[in-house]
Design a protein around this ligand. Structure first.
Ligand SMILES: Cc1cc2nc3c(=O)[nH]c(=O)nc-3n(C[C@H](O)[C@H](O)[C@H](O)COP(=O)(O)OP(=O)(O)OC[C@H]3O[C@@H](n4cnc5c(N)ncnc54)[C@H](O)[C@@H]3O)c2cc1C
Length: 465
């Protein structure tokens, strides 16, 4: 089991190097770990899941609204099923709430049967329309004027942070080497091998997978391809405090437009309510700040959907960047002659599709000549539960009796215990920052955003070995 954060990476020739440890790259690394291959996962940041994968709306989609026949449609459908099963196996928080696509005018109402038909063409048969009365019975706090909805019972909410960490942990436990703080700066070729320059020295590999998210086009250009450009599409979100949770029972989606999925109201697995995201095309791939205009737009839209939500306290705001490429599909390309696979343009569904993308990429590598040998069983993983739908340690009397650290609360807003923080700091892939610790435990993620517990959490973090 190897995770490195400094010093030169391995000098031996590897079978596969995967660039980018987001939800997609970690899923690919995990899939490759099924085989006796020498695989390395290389990440520019100090932690896994530190790019787009940490800042999304966390919906486990059915793919009902994808472009029928697209690669994305197939991979979202397959990936949704795979991730639901994987979440159950690993203890990753997931809640199958179902979604309602709410129609607010006659035009949207008229579009609902077509959307149900589209869902069928995407292989999803369970969507059905409901009228205004039924909708109000299901969502009593919905704003006035809703005419009906499309009910999509298969949509769920999931913990994106635990998902990425589970993939990465399982990959590392099963033999993949993870190099953090290791930005890829160039790719060359010597004696038929890729020579991958990184900020920590070179790596050599027979096969290369580019899962660099917002920078996948740049890695592509290092290998001589100029077929797409990533335009970051910012999505700003507002997180409402847990007191708002009783206002929303389903994932409330708008009827989609050409501009995308639109602004939703959805519960989170941590007990909050999300409002967002915006959709803003930018040039800056680092522009993850929130803006007054973006938040005002969200509040305006949210007020129509669930008016009472806007009276609730806001816990946090954040923004993520989708890797838009001007094409409503993923940009997954294999170049067998180069023993290279690009996994680009993983836009607004990559969390859901991640496991299916990974299986597809391994097939592409095999088609390109990789001989993986017989599959083996992956090392098991069971993730700490940070969701509200399953027992949290502070409520588990038996656990506390065996280890009192689980009875000592450090972060009172989120009820995070010393035992959970201790475990996260000692885990296979420990957090590199306080935000990484928050994504593993929820500590400092509640209504006071660390005002009360910050000093204690910092002390525990600082004392880590
Ligand atoms: C607002 C918003 C809402 C969304 N909602 C949903 C949703 O509800 N459901 C869903 O399924 N999906 C959703 N998505 C999409 C999903 O979050 C993304 O598709 C997914 O996170 C993409 O993962 P990734 O691994 O491709 O990219 P990333 O998570 O960005 O990972 C790429 C990694 O590559 C690393 N990297 C880049 N360049 C280099 C380099 N040169 N060397 C080494 N490493 C490098 C980066 O540091 C990064 O960690 C949403 C996205 C946004 C922005």
């Amino acid at each position: 089991m190897t995770v490195t954060t400094a010093g030169p990476p391995d000098d031996d020739v590897l079978d596969v190097v995967v660039v980018g440890a987001g939800v997609v790259g970690t899923a690919i690394a995990r899939e490759l770990a099924r085989y006796r291959l020498r695989t390395a996962l290389v990440e520019a940041s100090a932690d896994v899941g530190d790019g787009t994968s940490k800042a999304n709306t966390a919906i486990l989609h059915t793919g009902f609204d994808a472009v029928p026949g697209s690669l994305e449609s197939a991979l979202v459908r397959d990936g949704g099923r795979r991730l639901a099963a994987y979440a159950a196996e690993t203890g990753t928080p997931v809640e199958p709430l179902g979604a309602l696509l709410v129609a607010w005018d006659e035009e949207q109402s008229a579009a609902l049967p077509g959307l149900a038909e589209k869902a069928k063409r995407n292989g999803y048969d369970e969507a059905s329309t409901i009228g205004a009365g039924e909708l109000r019975a299901r969502e009593p706090h919905l704003g006035p004027g809703a005419l009906g909805a499309l009910h999509v019972p298969g949509e769920s909410i999931v913990c994106p942070w635990t998902t990425t960490l589970a993939y990465a942990t399982q990959a590392v436990r099963s033999g993949v080497t993870l190099h953090l703080n290791c930005p890829v700066t160039g790719v060359g070729s010597v004696d038929g091998r890729h020579v991958i320059s990184t900020g920590r020295g070179p790596l050599r590999a027979r096969y290369l997978v580019n899962a660099a998210g917002l920078y996948a086009d740049e890695i592509d250009r290092m290998l001589g391809h100029d077929t797409f450009t990533v335009t970051p599409r910012r999505g700003q979100l507002i997180v409402f405090d847990k007191f708002a949770r009783g206002l929303v029972r389903h994932i409330l989606l708008p009827v989609p437009t050409a501009l995308g999925k639109g602004v939703l109201v959805a519960p989170t697995v941590y007990g909050n309510v999300l409002l967002g995201p915006t959709a803003e095309d930018l040039d800056d791939r680092t522009a993850t700040g929130s803006t007054a205009e973006g938040l005002a737009l969200l509040r305006e839209k949210g007020r129509r959907i669930v008016p009472e939500l806007l009276d609730e306290e806001v816990t946090a705001v954040y923004a993520g960047l989708r890797a838009a490429t001007g094409q409503e599909d993923y940009r997954i390309h294999s170049r067998p002659g180069q023993r290279y696979v690009t996994v680009g343009g993983i836009r607004s569904t990559g969390l859901t599709a991640s496991m299916a993308i990974a299986a597809h990429v391994v097939e592409l590598l095999v088609d390109a000549g990789l001989t993986p040998g017989p599959p083996r069983t992956l090392a098991p993983v069971r993730m700490p539960n940070i969701g509200e739908a399953f027992p949290r340690p502070y409520r588990d009397a038996e656990l506390i009796a065996t280890d009192p650290e689980y009875g000592t609360i450090v972060c009172h807003c989120e009820r995070v215990t010393r035992g959970e923080i201790r475990d996260a700091l000692a885990a296979d892939i420990p957090p590199a920052t306080l935000d990484g610790l928050r994504r593993r435990t929820r500590a400092r993620g509640g209504r006071c955003q660390g005002f009360s517990c910050g000093a204690a959490v910092r002390e525990l973090f600082g004392a880590r070995r």
